[in-house]
Design a protein around this ligand. Structure first.
Ligand code: ADP
Ligand code: MG
Length: 508
């Protein structure tokens, strides 16, 4: 359990995260303008009249965005509300031309209601983190203050792109229900889980460095064993796992110090300073913004049918957590291997393509991928984007089919493991062709003919009488010496298992 050592008692930390992910869609949440706001697009070329709030412009809900929200909701095991609303959240800032953000009301369930994700808790066991809601809202524009000494600029391309805000749940009525985040590491694991689900479903790139995932971090502390929650602070707009973990730790220690000195924590909104890892008050509770939420009169309420939800559910790919379970339960992989092979959806697709439902391939393919693919990413077309290049100097792209062929040839004793490794290295060096072709070209055939192996074994036994004597008198470790010599005599082509068996037989 993560605790902060105090002077008189240990303190535990309670964390609530409000995570924003930028949703992938062609057009914006309420307008037809392109939702591609990336920095290579010229400023203010992808904002239409609706986005910049010209008088008389009316928002039209983008159905695909709703579908994205529902998809994500199903991915976090959430209740999908059949009925939800849009509300105006008022505030004034140049990055919000309407003077309000269209969001979903705070006091009613939004399109995605109560759900949960599973993480590995600090005790090493699976832990459910409850989610209160995920609601749809508009992103704001981007202010640019650093381009000119006396002017600021606003780029409205991002205005109105859909955000999904995912809020974790704290069950204040049931303090025994500890399904919430209680350490910086758990916060990171939770965010990684959200990211993984968003990416697997194609709902968001959920990339903190790019700003397509950001989090507000609520932190409170209480003495270990206490049944009530402390007053929290909220640190806004965090964009890296490292900063989030630092901010949690800093805030928790700051609060402990206040409480141990007889003070009270004020429910403030904080700002994090990257340079020194501290926080300071951005808005005190007294200055809390009054958003004056009210239903948006320009938008109909959102009605969703069971059939619609089921139709979306049918299009959903397998989520990484389910993929991992399948690898462990059906293919007998270790948790470690299953984790490595589900690090991204592209990796698990590559693995599935190579295994191609043939269970006997599952383990060898996993071993080759984990030991070789991750070491030579330039040789694996993991994102399935590079087409085999005719330039002989370009790195050879090893396909799932090629790895499957290699693994199958070892299994059928056509080549041995050592030869497979040699072929593999040749491919890394640019060798083209199928595994069979390469094996033929270099005369790499495994000798499984018992007669031929027997002849080589007899020869080696005849030529090493003193070692034979030592072996017979108990020095069994010499078996490796004999195997090595037989392999050498057969130019590495004998089946090592057969060699070893024959030697054991003959040496008695
Ligand atoms: P607001 O609307 O002011 O942002 P919410 O009630 O929606 O507040 O809560 C925001 C987040 O803060 C949620 O994730 C919630 O679980 C979390 N939270 C609420 N109370 C506490 C607390 N005492 N300690 C830590 N986190 C809290
Ligand atoms: Mg909030």
């Amino acid at each position: 359990m993560f605790t902060i050592k105090g002077k008189t008692t240990d303190w535990e930390v309670v964390i609530g995260l409000e995570t924003h992910i930028e949703v992938l869609s062609n057009s914006k949440l309420f307008s037809g303008a392109s939702a591609d706001y990336n920095p290579t697009v010229a400023p203010n070329t992808q904002a239409c009249m609706i986005d910049v709030a010209m008088p008389g412009m009316l928002p039209v809900l983008n159905k695909y965005c709703v579908e994205q929200a529902i998809k994500f909701g199903l991915g976090i095991n959430a209740e999908i509300s059949k009925h939800s609303k849009f509300a105006r959240k008022q505030y004034f800032y140049p990055d919000l031309p309407q003077g309000y953000q269209i969001s979903q009301p705070a006091e009613e369930p939004p399109v995605v209601g109560r759900g949960w994700v599973e993480i590995i808790g600090d005790d090493g066991n699976p832990k459910k983190i409850l989610i209160e809601r995920a609601h749809m809202e508009q992103d704001a524009a981007k202010n640019k203050h650093d381009m000119h000494p006396t002017k600021s600029f606003v780029d409205y391309n991002r205005t109105g792109v859909m955000l999904l805000e995912i809020v974790t749940f704290l069950d204040t009525k049931n303090p025994e229900n500890n399904s919430y985040i209680t350490s910086p590491d758990e916060a990171e694991r939770y965010l990684r889980q959200i990211r993984e689900i968003a990416r697997a479903l194609g709902v968001s790139k959920a990339n903190m460095e790019e700003g397509s995932m950001r989090a507000d971090v609520n932190v409170s502390v209480r003495p270990v064993g206490s049944k009530t929650f402390g007053t929290r602070t909220e640190t806004k707009n965090m964009v890296s796992f490292k900063f989030i973990k630092n901010a949690i730790e800093y805030e928790a220690k700051r609060q402990v110090e206040i409480l141990e000195n007889g003070g009270t924590v004020s429910q403030d909104t904080m700002r994090y300073h990257q340079d020194d890892g501290t926080t300071s008050v951005l808005r005190s509770k007294e200055d809390a913004l009054d958003y004056r939420y009210f239903p948006d009169p320009d938008l109909l309420e959102l009605e969703i049918t069971d059939e619609y939800i089921e139709r979306i559910r049918k299009t959903m790919p397998e989520l990484p957590s389910a993929t991992r379970a399948r690898y462990v339960n059906e293919y007998g992989l270790s948790e470690y291997d299953a984790n490595r092979l589900t690090e991204t959806v592209d990796i698990s697709h590559w693995y599935d393509a190579a295994v191609s439902s043939k269970k006997e391939r599952a383990k060898p393919v996993a071993n080759w991928m984990i030991s070789e693919l991750f070491a030579h990413p330039e040789n694996f077309d993991i994102e399935n984007q590079i087409k085999e290049n005719s330039d002989p100097d370009a790195p050879r792209i090893i396909t799932p089919e090629t790895l499957a062929e290699l693994v199958d040839m070892i299994a059928s004793n056509e080549i041995n493991g050592k030869q497979a490794k040699e072929i593999f290295i040749k491919m890394l060096d640019g060798e083209r062709g199928t595994i069979h072709e390469i094996a033929d070209k270099y005369g790499m055939k495994q000798i499984t003919d018992t007669g031929a192996i027997e002849a080589a074994v007899d020869e080696v036994i005849k030529n090493n009488p003193s070692q034979v004597e030592q072996y017979k008198s108990g020095k069994l470790g010499l078996l490796g010496f004999f195997v090595g010599n037989v392999m050498k005599a057969t130019k590495g082509q004998a089946n090592p298992a057969m060699v070893s068996d024959l030697l054991k037989q003959k040496l008695g």
